[in-house]
Design a protein around this ligand. Structure first.
Ligand SMILES: [Zn+2]
Length: 427
């Protein structure tokens, strides 16, 4: 059952954070903190919120329509590599809220939606310096949730970067932190690593909503069957449970639905990121049931006739990629140069790009992620709090005197220093 009309109106009145109200004073879009989405999943239990990377406008429209149909709370997100200062996507940290707000009003979307800055990557002091200006600029632009990803740094520096940047993130906002970089089977995250980060943050009264682990997934498409380590994930989630931290799962594109259902059932994950699959589906490429792109005998993508973009535009994209010498993994860089070409197509074509995303996302939400009918639970959380600010799930447990800067080196002893190879981390 959808939330009652009066509950929706009340949630609209009190549930939108101040930055969103300021940007969109007359809007009827229920853009909320990421905390609202997390709490809605907690209330239902064993539910994963779809966190969809809106690499193009049609992904955003399709996912919003699917969420409305499934009556589900969701997040629309973009990562720094996709939509930061060196973006390869048209959707970025500064226009994502605007796109979502407009689409919600246009399409009559009444479910709660969070605007999540994913993989806000920090690889050293220069990034921290830039973040002090950039993070406030992103919240000015309507971001309501953020993932600080300093997981490429040694654990001690990861913690220090999270502590420093917490000062620039509003207390009401959704907060995700990451431990152990997402890098497939190299150096899976451990309980001590996760506890070091979460306890160190707790001692300084920083209470993340989510932790992302390296639990065996890869970004892009998950081709191998090995994939996400469910037992490891469950054990780490259990260890951080006293601190009120849930799990965020990255790189779910192409994972088997059995595996994703297991994650919902056996771990404390409430957020599941999907990027690559949605992009390919919007384009009209042939995918298997899990969203993995299929390839022809020559190793090329297969365009499904009369789905996604026009055949002419696809031919133009392939020619463009060939002219640059781009391989399959580089095709994501087509998002930025081709957005206006997508938008310039006939309405029927634009609609079918979004509709294909809607069908795939609806199935994910309802049949895999178990997050149908979580929209009213998000609205109920806002009404119960009487505010856009739901407060933290965690409370101070650790003794700050044991987590001073001077003690961190000693505390981090024994944790792995190998944080894996460099790479692009985007969903
Ligand atoms: Zn990721």
């Amino acid at each position: 059952m959808p939330a009652s009309a009066s509950d929706f109106v009340k949630a609209l009145e009190i549930g939108r954070p101040p930055n969103v109200v300021k940007l969109f004073p007359n809007s009827k879009a229920l853009i909320v903190s990421g905390k609202v989405i997390d709490r809605a999943m907690n209330a239902k239990g064993h539910a994963l919120a779809l966190a969809a990377n809106g690499r193009n406008h049609f992904v955003i429209r399709g996912v919003l329509a699917a969420a409305q149909k499934a009556n589900a709370a969701i997040l629309i997100e973009i990562a720094k590599s996709e939509g930061g200062q060196k973006a390869y996507c048209p959707t970025n940290y500064w226009n994502m809220a605007r796109q979502v707000d407009a689409a919600c009003n246009e399409l009559g979307i009444t479910v709660p939606v969070a605007i999540h800055a994913d993989h806000y990557g920090i690889k050293g002091d220069a990034d921290v310096m830039q973040a002090r200006v950039e993070i406030p600029s992103m919240f000015d632009a309507g971001i309501t949730s953020i993932a600080i990803d300093a997981s490429h740094l040694p654990d001690e520096e990861n913690l220090l970067a999270n502590l420093e940047l917490a000062k620039y993130i509003p207390a009401w906002a959704g907060l995700e932190t990451e431990v152990g970089e997402i890098k497939g089977f190299q150096g899976l995250s451990t309980v001590p690593e996760a506890l070091f980060l979460i306890q160190g943050l707790n001692a300084h009264e920083v209470f993340p909503d989510w932790i992302a682990l390296n639990n065996g997934t890869t970004h892009g498409l998950e081709a191998s069957d090995a994939g996400i380590q469910v037992e490891l994930t469950a054990s780490i989630h259990e260890a951080v449970k006293p601190y009120g931290v849930n799990g965020a799962q990255h790189g779910t594109s192409g994972n088997s639905y059995e595996r994703l259902r297991e994650i919902a059932q056996k771990t404390r994950t409430t957020k599941a990121n999907v990027a690559t699959a949605l992009q390919f589906i919007s384009w009209g490429l042939e995918v298997n049931e899990y969203g993995n792109a299929k390839l022809d005998a020559n190793g090329n993508f297969i365009k499904v006739k009369d789905e996604g973009m026009t055949e002419e535009l696809w031919a133009e994209m392939v020619a463009f990629a060939d002219s640059k010498g781009w391989k399959k993994g580089d095709y994501k860089s087509l998002n930025l140069p081709f957005e206006n070409k997508f938008l310039a197509q006939p309405k029927a074509i634009r609609d079918r790009m979004a509709a294909r995303v809607e069908a795939f996302a609806y199935n994910l939400i309802t049949n895999v992620f178990n997050s149908a009918d979580t929209a009213p639970l998000g609205i109920a959380a806002i009404l119960a709090a009487g505010s856009y600010d739901l407060g933290p799930k965690g409370m101070l447990i650790e003794d700050p005197a044991h987590w001073t800067r001077e003690q961190l080196g000693k505390r981090a002893e024994g944790l792995s220093k190998d944080k894996g190879p460099e790479g692009n981390f985007e969903d």
